[in-house]
Design a protein around this ligand. Structure first.
Ligand code: SF4
Ligand code: SF4
Ligand code: SF4
Length: 170
């Protein structure tokens, strides 16, 4: 942050928010995670799926490329502060997104992501020329990341999900 931006943040009391692309463990406090986390690493140690790691700042991050989260709650149980809480597991904001480098979309048969998804959230829509396009059901996707880990070319990422807002008429 520049000196001017830093001074403005200080004067307005608005400190910079964490980069929205950083994936903290499930149940992470949204606003004050940096303050609450003691950097003990207990959540990383207990994760049975080995999908958590410490980042350069010494804070835990979810790494979907390592495997899927089962939402077992072990990390939140191990956390001695309110940095992680089971009460916030339902706020998990991530959902799968398939890039246009997908093998099937380019005419190479592959269904690895579909096979890895226990939620049945991935279907394929057949196209011309032997291609098939992923049809992701966002209502079924829980953002576990298993498909991301399974994709042989890294074409699946987890992105922050913004549900469409519904306009309510008075
Ligand atoms: S919920 Fe379970 S599988 Fe997921 S990150 Fe926490 S400890 Fe690991
Ligand atoms: S267990 Fe809690 S306090 Fe310890 S590193 Fe994980 S989130 Fe931070
Ligand atoms: S992230 Fe979504 S689409 Fe991918 S395996 Fe998990 S539930 Fe299925």
């Amino acid at each position: 942050m520049s000196a001017v931006a830093s001074r403005r943040a200080f004067l307005t009391g608005r400190l910079p928010r964490e980069d929205d692309s950083v994936k903290r463990p499930p149940g992470a406090a949204r606003e004050n995670f940096h303050d609450l986390c003691t950097r003990c690493g207990d959540c990383v140690s207990v994760c049975p799926e080995d999908v958590l790691a410490m980042d350069d700042a010494g804070l835990p991050v979810f790494q979907p490329q390592q495997g899927g989260c089962t939402f077992c709650g072990g990390c939140a149980d191990a956390c001695k502060t309110d940095a992680l809480s089971l009460d916030r597991f339902a706020e998990w904001p991530w959902r799968a997104k398939v890039s246009d480098t997908c093998l099937s979309a380019n005419g190479v048969s592959c269904r690895v992501c579909q096979d890895s998804c226990d939620q049945g959230a991935i279907r394929f829509r057949l196209k011309t020329g032997g291609r098939a396009e992923v049809n992701l059901d966002l209502a079924s996707c829980v953002g576990c990341g298993a498909c991301s880990a399974a994709c042989p070319i890294g074409a699946v990422s987890l992105e922050r999900y913004q549900p469409a807002t519904v306009e309510v008429r008075e």
